[in-house]
Design a protein around this ligand. Structure first.
Ligand SMILES: [Zn+2]
Length: 342
């Protein structure tokens, strides 16, 4: 069945982005469409009619993972998927992200010349090896982020609140220097969240609020943070009716009106970095809340009790966060904005 030479059976196929039981995801050298990649069957078969049921099921799962990872990075306007097998007689599915406006990586723009019609099959964009490595590394990390996010929201995942750790402020200070170096146009950086309130129990994560001069498209920050070990976790919009912030994991479901991007680092330290526009509500409210807790030990104690109770009674991060929101709103309502800085 397998011919003497098949380029897709070739063990040197690269860069490989992920391997699943039946498929291997490979990034195209030709990045005529940014993040263009293909899922290759791990055995030699020459037509999709030869696929087994479990291979189809696995392909379905992997397509969802890949699209979620690409969505989180570049928000394509749509995808084309193609089984072609014209040159390589070995089953593979092309994943072709389509863009109305050209996305960019560093100084390199990737225009989709055929949009909104058929992609232009003859376009060739061969980037330098460094840029290709960067795109591959980012996509790998984004897949990991997707896996972690889907696992983290599983009902079995408890939220753990730990006693105050005196190393949190030091961890913040070190990471702050890294972020100032990595992100352009930063006006101010603040340690926020419970780990910024001395004595308060918290989830073992250091939250960092980054106030930017303006909030540019998420792809402008993406690589700088990925290079420092971060994954994009969520994009936040404000609900027009309730005024509440809402998070989106699949960025294509959100409109362009993002007010906050959250990146997380799960290895080499535990940090949540929130990028917002300096001076907006998204900048001021978390700082006001932190200052209230710092200034009012009784309020901080009440908050800690609530958090410990929620950690025991809720089964997901989302429910835990929802449980805190009414308390945070009431503290902010009582806070006098004129008496705090930020
Ligand atoms: Zn083959």
């Amino acid at each position: 069945m397998r011919p003497a030479s098949c380029s897709l059976c070739d063990a040197s196929l690269e860069p490989i982005l992920l391997e699943s039981p039946h498929w291997r995801l490979v990034l195209n050298y030709n990045q005529s469409l940014l993040d263009k990649c293909f899922l290759v069957l791990r055995r030699h078969a020459e037509d999709i009619t030869a696929l087994a049921a479990e291979e189809w099921a696995d392909l379905h799962r992997q397509t969802i993972r890949v699209a979620a990872a690409i969505d989180a990075a570049f928000r394509p306007d749509r995808y084309n998927y193609a089984f072609l097998q014209n040159q390589d007689r070995h089953v593979h599915l092309h994943v072709l992200p389509r863009y109305a406006a050209p996305p960019s990586v560093g100084d390199h723009a990737f225009p989709d010349s055929g949009f909104p019609g058929h992609y232009t099959a003859t376009d060739r964009v061969v980037v330098d090896p460094g840029t290709l490595d960067r795109i591959a590394a980012a996509l790998r990390r984004q897949v990991e982020g997707y896996d972690a996010a889907t696992t983290a929201t599983a009902p079995s995942e408890p939220v753990e609140v730990v006693d105050y750790d005196a190393s949190w402020p030091t961890q913040y200070t070190t990471e702050r220097a890294t972020l100032l170096d990595a992100i352009e146009s930063v006006v101010d950086i603040q340690h926020n969240g419970s780990s910024a309130v001395p004595g308060l129990a918290a989830k073992d994560r250091v939250d960092i609020l980054v106030g930017c001069r303006s909030l540019r498209p998420v792809s402008d920050y993406y690589f700088a943070l990925v290079d420092h070990g971060y994954q994009l976790d969520s994009l936040w919009t404000v609900d027009a009716n309730s005024g509440q912030q809402r998070s989106h994991r699949r960025l294509t479901t959100a409109d362009g009106a993002a007010v906050r991007y959250t990146f997380v680092k799960r290895r080499e330290g535990k940090f949540n970095v929130h990028l917002v526009r300096h001076g907006t509500d998204q900048w001021r409210a978390p700082i006001r809340f932190r200052d209230q807790l710092r200034a009012n030990p009784t309020t901080a104690r009440t908050y800690e009790k609530l958090k410990r109770r929620l950690a025991e009674t809720t089964t997901s991060t989302d429910d835990y966060t929802l449980g805190k929101s009414a308390f945070i709103a009431s503290v902010l309502a009582n806070a006098d904005p004129d008496r705090t800085t930020g």
